[in-house]
Design a protein around this ligand. Structure first.
Ligand code: ZN
Length: 194
């Protein structure tokens, strides 16, 4: 990146710190535009079975964002704490998306399940259903508050098979519940996506 190049966002003349899809951007605009694009990738990954070419271009974008965020963190001297936190956030998020992209296709499928949390002091169980399946997990509707990283037991109600899982991410919905992504942590896998 040349020293003289300036930000390509409308009305901004700060020096470029990175690029998003080949467009040079200042640090602020890089961060904002990376966030927005990563958010779109995450949403696309949740919502639809994706074409191979889409997955490849998402992979490229996510890897490039992570590369640039690392580069900025090492080369820009006057970062403030918030900017550092946002760069780190982009790195963590990109890492999570790369793992999800590698995990392969998802299939829309409704399977009745019971989720059970054995958190001391506030155990709960809930009958719900999956919305999407992947080989190592599922997208599930959940009405109890959960934390990312929390362990849950998942009982498949039709086959009575049970597996351990952890909450990989969650998205709150307006209705009060949330959609959660679960990943199996035990070797038992409840469904065969292939
Ligand atoms: Zn700018």
């Amino acid at each position: 990146m040349s020293e003289t190049e300036s930000c390509g966002a409308p009305g901004c003349s700060r020096p470029a710190a990175g690029t998003v899809e080949l467009r040079p951007l200042c640090l602020e605009h890089f961060l904002t535009s990376c966030y927005a694009k990563l958010d779109r990738c995450a949403q696309q990954l949740r919502e639809q079975p994706l074409e191979k070419s889409t997955v490849e271009s998402m992979q490229q974008f996510v890897e490039e964002s992570a590369r640039q965020a690392t580069h900025i963190a090492h080369t820009v001297d006057d970062l403030d704490n918030l900017q550092r936190a946002r760069l780190l956030d982009i790195l963590l998020w990109a890492g999570e998306l790369i793992r999800r992209l590698r995990r392969g296709p998802r299939k829309a499928a409704i399977v009745p399940i019971q989720l059970r949390s054995e958190t001391p002091g506030r155990p709960w169980e809930e009958e719900t259903k999956t919305r999407m399946l992947s080989r190592h997990g599922a997208l599930v509707e959940c009405h109890h508050p959960v934390q990312v990283g929390e362990n849950l037991k998942v009982l498949r109600l039709d086959t009575r098979q049970e597996a351990q899982a952890r909450v990989a991410w969650q998205r709150r919905k307006g209705s009060g519940g949330s959609e959660i992504g679960i990943e199996f942590t035990s070797s038992v896998e409840l469904w065969d996506v292939d």
